[in-house]
Ligand binder design. Structure first.
Ligand SMILES: [Cu+2]
Length: 502
């Protein structure tokens, strides 16, 4: 079951099997934009382009990318990684009203999702809002998230994996002025790192060739959209903002010198206090922020973030899926070359106050809404259902201004796989994880690296595991998504709507 190579990236067809609904794609869409000035106005285009993907080969390869331009407001809202296929990095502030004019110049429908942001359904990039080539979509929202590391990527029906893989993604940072006061590194010492794996064919072009049960796994690393994964750093303290922007790759990140990982933030911003871990699991779409002191390395030394070995899925059933580097294979994810002196800072003991949702507020405490990962016809489902463009089942309706516990269950068994689960519409907290007896041995290879602290929008659900999360539906009524962020699973229908009803 290997999807057809290049054509699968550059072709425009939707490959989801039967069961999907056909919904007319809007040719031009607008989000009933209210009048009044925005604080910042951006033009964002999805365009075919070129980028250097192989350092050892002359010439560029084909990619798809986001291009951005500040039309009005602070020019430093957008910045670019050097020699990168990634879209511009946004830097916005809470309370800022942001207007984004998205233009699609690709030969297939697309739409942008602002991953982790609290926005209305019209601004959330639902696949039903995808626009065709030559058409545009207007976003208009007020930034409502605390400072943190968010990101953006396409979200069209059945083609999210191909479009992200082709290069379409970018960082979306919400910043504030408090980092100096918090004692955190700023400026050049605040370093975003987008980790992605890719595969290239003999001509050096992106190869989108995968078993859809496994997802797309590459055999080479890209950091910030660049095949050179070495970062030049100074001997001092850094804040590293890591995003796993891969389609299906799960990282088990650890320092090459054996130092513990000092985690200071996750999906929804800073933790209450730093947490030390021997290693950190980073599944597709998850973010972690690390405190890294490169002053510990002698000058001229190299340090690396390695992805260590772990048990991802059962070895039976040929679950390598043709990937030459299956999930759980050790490799180097990112290198740091230490030159020159930076600032020595002291790790703060407290980062910010986090107010957890108390059990008394939960309307279904002890009886969480259940979402089981199930399987049929060689694809993964949620409660035996596949994606329907506007379909919502009775047990997928929740009330605005309520707090609920949800429990996701991944059965063990021969076809069990890890699934990174993402819920749109805001950040949640992780309440509890439990593991079936038969899955404990494999789980123990990742368990110490799961970050359950802090606000989350995506979490790793391992085989045989149950994860209970607590969500507050407090901002926007409307149609939102929950889905697997293994993008090939998502494109095959491991995605559902839920409706927040006033
Ligand atoms: Cu999945």
């Amino acid at each position: 079951m290997i999807a057809g190579g290049l054509a699968a990236v550059w072709g425009a067809a939707c490959h989801r099997p039967a069961g999907s609904l056909t919904v007319p794609i809007m040719t031009s869409a607008s989000n009933a934009v209210p009048g009044g000035p925005a604080d910042v106005e951006i033009a964002l285009r999805a365009v075919p382009g070129e980028a250097v993907l192989d350092i050892e080969r002359a010439g560029a390869s084909r990619v798809w990318r986001f291009e951005g331009e500040v039309i009005a407001g602070p020019k430093d809202t957008l910045s670019s990684f050097e020699r990168s296929y990634l879209g511009p990095t946004f830097r916005v502030r809470r309370g800022q009203r942001v207007r984004i004019h998205f233009d699609n110049a690709l030969d297939e429908p697309s739409i942008v999702h602002w991953h982790g942001l609290n926005v209305s359904q019209e601004n959330d990039g639902h696949p039903r809002l995808a626009v065709n080539k030559g058409s545009s979509y207007a976003y208009d929202f007020t930034v409502d998230n605390p400072a943190g590391t968010y990101w953006y990527h396409p979200h069209p029906d059945g083609r999210t994996g191909a479009q992200v893989y082709a290069g379409m993604a970018g960082m979306f940072l919400v910043v504030d002025d408090d980092d100096h006061a918090r004692g955190l590194p700023t400026g050049d010492f605040d370093l975003p790192l987008v980790l992605q794996d890719r595969a290239l064919d003999a001509q050096g072009e992106l190869l989108y060739d995968h078993n859809p049960m496994i997802g797309m796994l590459g055999d080479r690393m890209f950091v910030n959209g660049n095949p050179n994964i070495t970062q030049l750093v100074k001997a001092g303290a850094y804040r590293l903002r890591l995003l796993n922007g891969s389609n299906a790759r799960i990282f088990k990140l650890a320092w090459s010198d054996g130092s513990p990982m000092t985690v200071i933030g996750s999906d929804g911003g800073l933790l209450a206090a730093p947490v030390l871990k021997p290693y950190v699991m980073l599944a597709p779409a998850e973010r972690i922020e690390l405190w890294a002191d490169f002053g510990r390395a002698p000058a001229g030394e190299e340090l690396a973030l390695e992805s260590q070995a772990f048990v991802a899925e059962r070895g039976r059933m040929g679950m390598r899926g043709g990937a030459s580097v299956p999930n759980g294979t050790p490799f180097q994810a990112c290198r740091f070359s230490v030159k020159g002196r930076g600032r020595r800072l002291t790790l703060p003991t407290q980062l910010r106050a986090l107010a957890w949702r108390p059990p008394v507020e939960v309307i279904n405490v002890g009886q969480p809404r259940r979402f089981d990962v199930t399987m049929n016809m060689m694809r993964f489902l949620l409660n035996d259902r596949t994606f329907e463009m506007t379909g919502v089942a009775p047990d997928e309706r929740v009330k605005l201004d309520t707090t609920e516990d949800w429990e996701f269950r991944n059965p063990g068994g021969i076809m069990a796989m890890p699934h990174p689960i993402h819920v749109h519409g805001g950040q949640f907290q992780i309440v509890e994880r439990s593991v079936a007896a038969g899955a404990k041995e494999a789980w123990s290879t990742v368990g110490d690296g799961l970050i359950n602290e802090g606000w989350k929008d995506t979490f790793l659900l391992m085989p045989g595991e149950r994860v209970r999360i607590r969500l507050r539906f407090e901002r926007h009524a409307g149609l939102f998504l929950y889905h697997c962020h293994n993008l090939e699973h998502e494109d095959l229908g491991m995605m559902r709507n839920f409706s927040i009803e006033a």
